[in-house]
Design a protein around this ligand. Structure first.
Ligand code: HEC
Length: 184
């Protein structure tokens, strides 16, 4: 009896040995196949960063709308932009309406529909920021523009999401909201 059991144990041991060996070989095979060059074909290819143009502009060319002066989210830089940059977009009903649509998409969650600093995100992730305060009303259009473009301490930058003209539409809309707030 004992002999049979030993024999059985021997067979089982060999089976496990085979299972282990084939598992090991299988894993090795996967590793080898994975390391073969064709696996990287799609990874190593010419690519551009997200948000950049597919074709680089010709050397020394400038956009027909002109080049923006360098701006950053630093408050001193935004104040400088306010002194340097003029609002080229007239505050037409069309511009204000476009600004309103954009404001509802990009800004209202923090600043609130009327810009009173009571959006849904306030208190959860961001502090409130009322756009009707005297300090912000007294800022130049270029300052508001630079804030939208480059962001603030907490506020995100919209440089890549919102085009130049759209940013001015937003400035016109913020002004419109502020005027409405004053006449209430
Ligand atoms: C994630 C929340 C958030 C979003 C979204 C947001 N803001 Fe702000 N915003 C803030 C906070 C917080 C401040 C206070 C200043 C800071 O962050 O430095 C602020 C400040 C401002 C200011 C005044 C700058 C100052 O000196 O205080 C303006 C103007 C402004 N935002 C406009 C906008 C516009 C327009 C949009 C939409 C394109 C927008 N914000 C989207 C959070 C936000």
């Amino acid at each position: 009896m004992a002999k049979v059991c030993r024999q059985h144990a021997g067979i089982r041991g060999r089976v496990w040995h085979l299972v282990g060996l084939s598992l090991g070989l299988g894993l090795l095979g996967v590793a080898v196949v994975h390391a073969l060059p064709w696996n990287d074909d799609m990874y190593w290819q010419p690519e551009r960063e997200a948000g950049t143009a597919a074709r680089p502009p010709v050397a020394n060319s400038v956009p027909t709308t002109g080049i923006e002066p360098p701006m950053s989210s630093r408050i001193t830089e935004r104040i400088k932009a306010g002194l340097r940059v003029r609002n080229p977009v007239a505050s037409s009903p069309q511009s204000i309406q476009n600004g309103q649509e954009l404001f509802r998409i990009y800004c209202a969650m923090c600043h609130g529909e009327q810009g009173r600093g009571d959006g849904q995100m306030v208190g959860k992730v961001v502090p409130s920021s009322d756009l009707h305060t005297e300090r912000i009303r007294n800022q130049k259009d270029g300052y508001l523009y630079a804030t939208i473009r480059s962001g603030g301490l907490v506020m995100p930058a919209y440089q890549h999401a919102i085009s130049t003209t759209e940013r001015w539409d937003l400035v016109n809309y913020v002004r419109h909201l502020q005027q409405q707030g004053q006449s209430q």
